[in-house]
Design a protein around this ligand. Structure first.
Ligand SMILES: Nc1nc2c(c(=O)[nH]1)N[C@@H](CN(C=O)c1ccc(C(=O)N[C@@H](CCC(=O)O)C(=O)O)cc1)CN2
Length: 292
């Protein structure tokens, strides 16, 4: 058996064709969405992701604002970049690219972002609103995973989902999305303290692997027919390696490859978030105009 490939690039292209039209509409109303990025240091992965995000902006007509800081940037340097973007009217949404170098406090940086401009959905207010079931900007990778499952009509309601990894960008928030009433999945979150990872994975209808350990998930762990979403990525001497071993394709029903799966959707949903923020601005302006 060979699994059905969940094509992140084709799905991203569908999202972008709709988004381009929404950007045109906003521009016609005098609002140009603008994405800001703060990148600290020379990590090759982070550099390539940020470059890709700005290439996406050019593709759909979103303005780009870059703040690139050296690897030895201080907290004051980072705070100044964040404060600039908070104050810049051309920036309707922005992100601080993670991970940050060790001398910088990621949580403090995320908390300093104006929650209205938080394009990543990682500000404590937005994560808190998600916990409370209120409308919020949603984290990009979890949003991409849910979209990919829906796009390929993989049943989510009632499904047993095993997530591997407890990071702030994927592992923790994805459980919050998948356990909303609108998704209704049952989620188990595994991490380095999990006693029997194979047993947890083998129970799952959907596996979301976000550990960053090359080929951690192997065919013998996976329930036949399960959907396996490979989110973790490692840069090895042989190139990029996902968390999912190649033999999983022989057992699973669906697999999202890595690269070419969730990564392009992470970028797509970043721009969806930026456009949604700009649309909210327009709605607010219209409301204020009508009220006045
Ligand atoms: N502030 C944030 N930092 C990080 C996030 C995030 O959502 N917000 N997620 C990851 C990295 N990431 C986004 O920034 C990201 C990861 C992967 C891709 C992607 O398009 N991958 C391609 C392969 C690209 C390559 O060849 O290097 C793919 O999977 O096909 C985009 C963005 C950590 N940091």
């Amino acid at each position: 058996m060979s699994a059905i490939r969940l094509d992140g690039k084709a799905t991203r292209d569908e999202i972008f064709s709709d988004l381009g039209a929404r950007v045109e509409k906003l521009r016609a109303e005098g609002i140009t969405p603008g994405l800001g990025t703060v990148l600290v240091g020379d990590d090759p992965g982070s550099r390539s992701y940020v470059k890709g995000k700005h290439a996406d902006c050019a593709r759909i007509g979103v303005e780009s604002i870059r703040k690139d800081l050296p690897a030895d940037a201080s907290t004051e340097d980072l705070n100044a970049a964040i404060d600039d973007l908070n104050a810049d009217p051309a920036c309707t949404g922005y992100i601080v690219q993670l991970p940050l170098p060790r001398q910088l406090d990621e949580n403090a940086a995320l908390e300093r972002i104006d929650p209205i401009k938080d394009a990543d959905g990682l500000h404590p207010i937005n994560l808190g609103r998600l916990v409370l079931g209120k409308e919020a900007t949603l984290p990009c990778t979890p949003r991409g995973v849910v979209h990919l499952l829906r796009r390929y009509e993989i049943p989510i309601a009632g499904a047993r989902v095993t997530v591997i990894g407890r990071g702030v960008t994927i592992g923790r928030p994805i459980g919050l999305l998948l356990t909303r009433r609108s998704e209704n999945a049952t989620v188990t979150l595994c991490h380095t303290g999990t006693r029997d990872l194979a047993a947890e994975v083998s129970r799952a209808d959907i596996v979301v692997a976000a550990a960053g350990v090359p080929h951690l998930i192997t065919a013998d762990m996976v329930k036949p027919g399960a959907a396996v979403i490979d989110v973790g990525v490692s840069r090895t001497d042989d190139g990029l390696a996902g968390d999912v071993a190649p033999d999983v394709w022989d057992v699973a029903g669906h697999v999202s490859p890595n690269p070419g799966g969730v990564g392009p959707l992470t970028r797509a949903f970043l721009l969806v978030n930026v456009v949604e923020r700009a649309e909210a601005q327009l709605a607010e302006r219209t409301r204020a105009g009508t009220a006045g």
